[in-house]
Write a protein that binds this ligand. Sequence first.
Ligand code: ZN
Length: 291
Amino acid sequence: MKLATFTEGGSTRIGVVVGEEITDLAAAAPGLPRDMVALLEAGEAALDAARAAADGGGSRLPLTSVKLEAPILRPPKFIGIGLNYKDHIEETGSKTPEYPMIFNKQTTCVTGPGDPVHLPRASHVLDYEGELGLVIGRRCRHVPKERANEVIAGYTIVNDVSVRDWQLRVPTMTIGKSFDTHGPMGPWLVTKDEVSDPHSLHLQTFVNDEKRQDSNTKELLFNCFDLIEHLSTAFTLEPGDVIATGTSSGVGIGFRPPKLLVAGDVVRIEIEGIGVLQNEIIEEPESTTLI
Ligand code: ZN
């Protein structure tokens, strides 16, 4: 099942994408929550009810008539993993990490499929990172990797947009990973029952149709299950938490000379079995100043 958050007629709600249509769950299953985190919190029974409503065939809207949003508008946690693909470690000339290199993306950076990504006023050293996003489905702690699949809701695509100079000039990467609009996510959440092996997915990133990244999630150093065991040893994971699992080789900064993003560029990330996430780069508008 492809669960999406969408806006139509001035209201934002959730639905199930079926082909070129979306079942509006607010109409087809009015008893269900209207928000993705609340739906995930409601557990398997709620997901089954959503599935049944979609199978019923009623209350469908053409996908072209709605605006898809990030499937999780404001994840409780948005965690990134640095240096987690073998080819990317080589490209950066870094040592293979002994432990997962965790950082936070501030949740205010989340934006949706098709939404503009800002080339910040503060820096033009802008880069893309196409990544498999793992979404937590159940409140959990101390999860052994053998049981990690039980706490996963599903998968999405994340562009871990990075401002490289801000990222690299201090030891913690958080600020360079957290500029507003630098967490595009979507186009939907594919529930885990539709992803037979999350560690065998072809992943590609294109900039203006030039292929930049071409890898497979089998190259992950710490896979989804390892990450859940590691993270949940320290803290509780909650429904709607998103873990961007890391990027492969082919980021802009890895080219000689670097191929950084400029206004007008379109970044498209494709992951087998998940979908396509596309965003255009624009100059940060004046309207972002809020004082
Ligand atoms: Zn990343």
